[in-house]
Design a protein around this ligand. Structure first.
Ligand code: MV4
Length: 449
């Protein structure tokens, strides 16, 4: 087991990882920017190293400073959290070259999944169902037209270096195709320095369902069920739940089994998330994330398993603590992302939190790095906390969520709490009846506060 882990992140996820380290008796080092000197994770860590000024590229993304902090403090492993360097293959490779363990998959696995064409090709080879589309990159109009005619319109053109919704163009008819292809290619080239694009059948009203997987790096793979993350705005998840209201136990076991054996065949190590669009009872792979996700606590709630413990165990060579048959799904969990944003326009609202009071009681978990008197710096993303509620079933979970939202107090800044208080009373949400477009449509309607 590791002696000392360096946490290369900030905010609630730095604290989340710190808690797991403390439970495992592992010493902790955090790195931080000058803007985060007063952050909770800095206060609670055994050691901290200031690695630079506020902009992320000069601090949380500065690989050399982070490696230096490892050398100075004698950390034997790095947990990257999510975002920042968590899916940076070069970072994983550089740490390996310094004999420091990256708590995550190999640089090569990160690289494969970071290239969306390569990821899709790999998924297909491993027996995962994918969205019908081009076999690889599309190079000219003629090829685009041939593939589109074959799969049928509408189609979507995606950047291979994109992901998370960046660089996508929909073509509803052949007349739209040339422009969509050219725009997608030039935007991808400008944004990512890689203009490779591919074509897929455009699914009109899918849900976003993702499967949590783990590999032990030695040929074993397991799944921890799925999360439904369909409630999003501009590709930012807002509300996530496990299980998905749309799946039954058979569908869960089937897609989970496919994902687990793919991960085993890949020789994958650590936590991963296989993302699907789900429509008319069918799953279609879109992407794989090679990190711990923001919404992992809903999976922890229904399985009772600490996923960060598992990441640390696997990275240190101790293997997973569970076999597939040990993983049981109990009840229902929902996560609300509390952002320091205007609840209608989602414009960031940094500033000082004058009063912060979190709900409690059975089935309530709050992961947050803020406190009363904390000044939210304007440089980073606006997530200030996550409310995770667990109940024996979805109805109980929703009742408990409504109560927890009533107790939650964040004064001094705007937050997304009022949005959740609206959503929890909405009949479609109560019925679990929503797709990836539901929230944007809801927000575009004006007949609610
Ligand atoms: C799609 C799609 C429809 N058809 N692919 C957006 C994020 C990126 N991960 C994939 N995305 C989509 N890919 C096909 N073939 C619709 C979306 C999409 C979406 C997906 C998940 C959650 C929210 C979304 C919002 C708009 C579009």
């Amino acid at each position: 087991m590791f002696q000392k882990i360096l946490i290369a992140n900030r905010g609630e996820i730095a604290l989340r990882v710190l808690r797991a380290c403390k439970e495992l008796g592992i010493q902790t080092v955090v790195v931080h920017s000058t803007a985060d000197a007063d952050a909770m994770h800095v206060r609670l860590a055994d050691e901290s190293v200031c690695i630079g000024p506020p902009p992320s590229r000069d601090s949380y993304l500065n690989i050399h400073q982070i490696v230096a902090a490892c050398e100075i403090t004698g950390a034997d492993a790095v947990h990257p959290g999510y975002g920042f360097l968590s899916e940076n293959a070069k970072f994983a490779d550089i740490l390996a070259a310094h004999n420091i363990t990256f708590i995550g998959p190999s640089g090569d696995h990160i690289r494969v999944m970071g290239d969306k064409i390569e990821a899709k090709r790999t998924a297909k080879r491993l027996g995962i169902p994918v969205v019908p589309g081009s076999d690889g990159a599309i190079n000219d109009d003629r090829e685009a037209k041939r593939v589109a005619a074959e799969i049928g319109y509408p189609v979507i053109i995606k950047a291979s270096a994109g992901g998370g919704g960046r660089g996508m163009k929909v073509a509803r008819t052949e007349a739209d195709l040339e422009v969509a292809l050219q725009t997608a290619k030039s935007e991808a080239g400008a944004a990512f320095g890689d203009d490779a694009v591919y074509i897929e059948k455009y699914l009109e009203k899918p849900r976003h369902i993702e499967v949590q997987v783990f590999g032990d790096g030695a040929g074993r793979g397991v799944h921890f069920g799925e999360r439904d993350c369909s409630l999003q705005r501009r590709h930012q998840k807002v509300w996530e739940e496990a299980n998905s209201p749309a799946l039954n136990a058979e569908e869960r076991a089937r897609i989970g089994g496919i994902c687990a054996s793919a991960i085993a065949d890949l020789g994958y190590s650590g936590a991963g998330t296989i993302e699907f669009l789900y429509e008319n009872g069918e799953f279609y792979f879109i992407e794989m994330n090679t990190r711990l996700q923001v919404e992992h606590p809903v999976t922890e709630a229904i399985t009772g398993i600490d996923l960060v413990h598992e990441q640390i165990r696997v990275a240190s060579g101790g293997g997973l603590s569970v076999r597939q048959e040990d993983i049981k799904f109990t009840g229902h969990a929902i996560e609300c992302r509390i952002n320091a944003e205007d609840p209608r326009t989602f414009t960031p609202s940094p500033g000082t939190i004058t009063h912060f009071h979190t709900p409690g009681g059975l089935g309530i978990r709050v992961d947050s790095g803020v406190y009363s008197g904390y000044k939210i710096p304007p440089y980073y993303d606006s997530l200030i906390g996550k409310l995770i509620v667990h109940g024996r079933n979805r109805v109980e979970c929703m009742m408990r969520l409504r109560r927890a939202l009533d107790e939650f107090v964040v004064d001094g800044i705007k937050t997304t709490l009022p949005l959740f208080r609206d959503l929890v009373g909405n009949p479609d949400i109560a019925n679990g009846d929503y797709d990836i477009h539901w929230l944007e449509k809801y927000l575009a309607e004006e007949d609610h506060a």
